[in-house]
Design a protein around this ligand. Structure first.
Ligand code: NDP
Ligand code: MG
Ligand code: MG
Length: 339
């Protein structure tokens, strides 16, 4: 069974007298910086001086420095810039400036696992990867709860890397929920697999395609939106509470029978998933993404443009604005900035 750590397994005193640099102040960055600070940790935020986030971080009472300055004084550096820029940040701003033995931390294993960042052996390397968006990591902490994390250690030159990892996870509020032990390899490959095949690549296309099929068959788009998209959240909420069986239990027998006999997801779909997994495992997905990014992201930008008008959204804004069930998403000032 997986090893899971909770609140009593982390010791915040491990971070006493240590400076933690959080690089980036986006989705994860603001949550890590604020949660650690509120847990009594000495935090400095590292940002480009031109970043619009400098003011947001300062307004929250955080100390902000350039990335080289923050890296130079840190005992622990958590990199929370987008994955495709991390290697450059490490090479240009961190590696030339950090102290011997400074620990390097990540919220996703991508750059270490695929070898884009290769720190020398005297630096501990660990991961605290929240299994939720940064704004929920912050919101849950403020409510006295936490978002679960997966944790891993890649390099442990002094033998203290796990203590630091669990202390960091505790300061983030994550041990209130639990930290599951993993490896950089497992976290990276499963994270990519999940977002590509199920959470995003799977669901997003499934919803939009369902909408197309109904509207092309002449049904009203407003009705189609409700049937293939709006209700998804409620089923996911039930499934989160009590698993797929609870979501099924709450639906009609008619719906259940249709679910069990559906032929859309089939052995062919499974073969496609296995193919996607292979491209993750052999590094070809990572290489394709990073090569495109290095060339200025022409392919990525074209895809963003191509998919920027989901057919669902022809009626989405109107319907979401009409009904009080929508809470309009994230509203807090410190949350809104990165959207
Ligand atoms: P964001 O896109 O939200 O982070 C953007 C931040 O990075 C901004 O503050 C930006 O500053 C800064 N940044 C960009 N380039 C540089 C640079 N060259 N030097 C310094 N700062 C820079 O990232 P996420 O929070 O989404 O992702 C961060 C990490 O967390 C990734 O490894 C990701 O995989 C992981 N993760 C993310 C999750 C999420 O909820 N989004 C969930 C779990 C893990 P500027 O204003 O200058 O552009
Ligand atoms: Mg993920
Ligand atoms: Mg991911």
């Amino acid at each position: 069974a997986a090893q899971i750590w909770y609140e009593n397994d982390g010791d915040l005193s491990v971070l006493e007298g240590k400076k933690v640099a959080i690089i980036g102040y986006g989705s994860q960055g603001h949550a890590h910086a604020l949660n650690l600070r509120d847990s009594g940790v000495d935090v400095v935020v590292g940002l480009r001086p031109t970043s619009k986030s400098v003011e947001f971080a300062k307004e929250q009472g955080l100390e902000v420095k350039s990335v080289p300055e923050a890296a130079a004084e840190a005992d622990i550096i958590m990199i929370l810039a987008p994955d495709q820029y991390q290697a450059k940040i490490f090479k240009n701003d961190i590696e030339p400036n950090w102290k011997p033995g400074t620990a390097l931390a990540f919220a996703h294993g991508f750059n270490i696992h695929y070898g884009y960042i290769k720190p020398s052996e005297d630096h501990p390397i660990f991961m605290v990867a929240p299994k939720g968006p940064g704004h929920i990591v912050r919101r849950e902490y403020a409510a006295g709860r936490g978002v679960p994390v997966v944790v891993a250690v890649e390099q442990d030159p002094r033998g203290d890397a796990w203590q630091i990892t669990l202390a960091y996870a505790k300061a983030l509020g994550a041990l209130r929920a639990g930290a599951i032990k993993t490896t950089f390899k497992e976290e990276t490959e499963t994270d990519l697999f999940g977002e590509q095949n199920v959470l995003m690549g799977g669901i997003n296309h499934l919803c939009d395609m369902g909408f197309d099929v109904l509207t092309e068959a002449g049904y009203q788009p407003e009705i189609a939106y409700f049937e293939v998209f709006h209700e998804l959240k409620m089923l996911v909420d039930l499934a989160n509470e009590g698993g797929l069986n609870k979501a099924r239990w709450s639906c009609s027998d008619t719906a259940q029978y249709g679910d069990y006999t559906c032929t859309v997801i089939n052995e062919e779909t499974k073969k496609r998933m296995e193919y996607q997994l292979k491209r993750i495992q052999d590094g070809s997905f990572a290489k394709e993404f990073m090569d495109d990014q290095a060339a200025g992201a022409p392919k990525f930008k074209a895809l963003q443009e191509k998919f920027s008008h989901p057919h669902l959204e022809t009626v989405g804004p109107k319907l979401r604005a009409m009904f009080s069930w929508n809470n309009q998403g994230v509203k807090d000032a410190d949350e809104a900035q990165s959207f």
